[in-house]
Design a protein around this ligand. Structure first.
Ligand SMILES: C=CC1=C(C)c2cc3[nH]c(cc4nc(cc5[nH]c(cc1n2)c(C)c5CCC(=O)O)C(CCC(=O)O)=C4C)c(C)c3C=C
Ligand SMILES: [Fe+2]
Length: 416
C-alpha cells in the first residue's frame, strides 16, 4: 500500500478530498449521499456520484440501491496453492475497499516506481465513486478438494438442475469465484473488474464476463421502475432494500441455516437469457401483454389500474409469466432480482444478441430460484421468445466487517 498523501485519489482529483468532501462535491457540481448506513448493507444510497460503504454486516450490491451499469466476472482459480488463494482474496478485499470509496489501487496510476507497471490502470482517475459496489461469490467448484474446502460446502450451494429448454454454453457458465461490479458509470465498473483481474494474474483467470446496462430490477420501489429490452417495466414486485422482513425471510442466510461462515450471506443465481428480439418485435401488443399479464404502458396487472396494485392472478392467462412467477403460485417463494439488460452486438445472422442477464439473490436456491424456474421452464408462454444460454450459482459470504477482515476469512479459518 502506498502513501495516500502522495497519490491523487479519484475524489481528490475532483477536489473532494478529506473533510472538505461535502463542500468540494458541491463545488464540483456533484452530490454527496447521506451515507447513514448502519452497517447492515441495506441502506439505499440514491445519489449517483456517491460512495457506498464497503464494510458492513452484508456485502453491498445485494440490498443496496441498484446502479445503472454492471460488469460481472466469473473466475477460474489457476493456482493449486491454498495460501496463494488466501493472499489473493486479501489483496482483492483491500483493492475493493479502496476502489468502492473512489480511490485508486495501491500506489495509484502514476507517481510510483517508473521502472514498474503502475498499481492502478488509471482509467477511473477523475471519475466519481459512482456508487461502485463489489460483491464476491464462491462457486460449487471451489469446494472440489483443491483447497481443502470440501467439508465446508454449504448444502444450499447445489448445482442447478437442467431445466427444460436450457441451451447452456459451458464457456458462459460456472466459475470458482465471481465478482459483481455495479456502478452508475460503466468505466468505473469495468475499471474495478480489470484491476481485480490484473491483481489475480497467474492465480485466477476470467472464465466469462458480462456487461450490463439499464438495470431491469430495482430495490428502491419509490423510484421509477426500469424497463427491460421487451419494453415492459421490470422489477415492480421485487424485494425492496428497506423490506427488512422479506430480506430476513428470503434473502439473508441465518445463523441456524448454516454453515457458520455463510451467516449474513446469500446465494446468487446468474442466468444469461437471450431474447428473440426480432420475433418479439413482430408480436402484437395484446399478445405481448398477455405474455406478462401486465399492461405495457402503466405496467398494471390485468384487471387493475396502477402498476403497484395487488395482482389478481386469476385475471391473467394461466401461462402468463407474472402469474407463474408469483409467490402464490410457488408456495410463497421469493427472491431479490437484480438483473441487467445486455446487447452484445449481432450474432452473425443479423439478429441482435440481446437479452436479460438475470441475477437473483436468495436465502436458499432450493426454495426460491429452482422451484420458480422449474415452473417457468415448463409452462411460461414467454419461453417462445427467450432461451437460457448461460448459468452459474455462487455462495455470497457476509460483509467484510473491519479493516482486518477479508473476503472469505471465515470460510478459510479452521472450524467455520
Ligand atoms: C426464475 C425466476 C425468473 C426468471 C428466470 C425470469 C425471467 C424474466 N422475467 C422477465 C420479465 C418480467 N418478470 C416479471 C416479474 C417476475 N419475474 C420473476 C421471476 C423470474 N423472471 C418474478 C419472481 C417476478 C415477480 C412476480 C410477482 O410477484 O408478481 C415482470 C413484471 C414486473 C415485475 O414484477 O417485476 C416482468 C416484465 C423477462 C423478460 C425474463 C427473461 C428474459
Ligand atoms: Fe420475470
Amino acid at each position: 500500500m502506498g502513501d495516500k498523501a502522495e497519490v491523487p485519489s479519484r475524489r481528490s482529483v475532483l477536489g473532494w478530498g478529506g473533510a472538505g468532501l461535502a463542500l468540494g462535491a458541491a463545488a464540483a457540481g456533484g452530490t454527496v449521499a447521506a451515507l447513514g448506513d448502519d452497517g447492515d448493507g441495506t441502506t439505499p444510497v440514491a445519489e449517483s456520484g456517491a460512495a457506498v460503504p464497503f464494510h458492513g454486516k452484508h456485502q453491498a450490491g445485494i440490498a443496496t440501491a441498484v446502479q445503472d451499469r454492471l460488469h460481472f466476472a466469473a473466475f477460474d482459480v489457476k493456482t493449486k496453492d491454498r495460501a496463494e488463494l488466501i493472499e489473493l482474496l486479501k489483496e482483492w478485499t483491500e483493492a475493493a475497499a479502496l476502489m468502492t470509496q473512489g480511490h485508486p489501487v495501491g500506489q495509484g496510476a502514476y507517481g510510483g516506481i517508473v521502472e514498474a507497471p503502475p498499481d492502478d490502470t488509471g482509467e477511473a482517475l477523475g471519475l466519481k465513486p459512482s456508487r461502485l459496489t463489489l460483491t464476491v461469490g464462491f462457486g460449487p467448484s471451489l469446494f472440489d478438494g483443491r483447497f481443502g474446502l470440501e467439508g465446508k460446502r454449504p448444502k444450499a450451494l447445489v448445482d442447478l438442475p437442467k431445466f427444460p429448454g436450457d441451451n447452456l454454453d459451458p464457456a458462459r457458465s460456472g466459475g470458482d469465484l465471481c465478482v459483481q461490479a455495479c456502478a452508475d458509470d460503466p468505466q468505473v465498473a469495468v475499471h474495478a473488474i480489470r484491476n481485480l483481474a490484473r491483481i489475480g494474474f497467474g492465480k485466477v483467470a476470467i472464465r466469462w464476463s458480462q456487461l450490463g446496462f439499464g438495470k431491469t430490477s430495482s430495490t428502491t420501489p419509490d423510484a421509477q421502475t426500469p424497463r427491460n429490452m421487451m419494453g415492459f417495466k421490470d422489477g415492480t414486485r421485487n424485494i425492496a432494500g428497506t423490506d427488512t422482513e422479506n430480506l430476513r425471510k428470503h434473502v439473508w442466510v441465518s445463523e441456524k441455516d448454516g454453515p457458520d461462515w455463510m451467516a449474513g450471506g446469500s446465494y446468487l443465481v446468474a442466468r444469461r437469457i437471450r431474447m428473440n428480439i426480432e420475433t418479439w418485435d413482430r408480436t402484437s401488443l395484446k399478445e405481448q401483454e398477455d405474455i406478462f399479464g401486465r399492461t405495457k404502458g402503466e405496467g398494471a396487472p390485468f384487471g387493475k389500474k396502477r402498476e403497484h396494485d395487488e395482482p389478481n392472478l386469476k385475471a391473467m392467462p394461466e401461462v402468463a409469466h407474472v402469474r407463474l412467477a408469483h409467490p402464490d403460485t410457488n408456495g410463497g417463494a421469493m427472491m431479490l432480482r437484480r438483473g441487467y439488460s445486455f446487447t452484445d452486438g449481432t450474432d452473425g445472422l443479423g439478429r441482435l444478441d440481446a437479452g436479460l442477464f438475470f441475477l437473483a439473490y436468495q436465502r436458499d436456491v432450493r426454495d426460491s430460484f429452482i422451484p420458480v424456474q422449474l415452473n417457468l421452464a415448463r409452462r411460461d408462454v414467454l419461453n417462445e421468445y427467450i432461451q437460457h444460454v448461460g448459468s452459474a450459482v455462487f455462495a455470497v459470504p457476509p460483509g467484510v466487517r473491519t479493516d482486518s477482515d477479508w473476503w472469505g476469512k471465515a470460510l478459510f479459518s479452521e472450524g467455520a
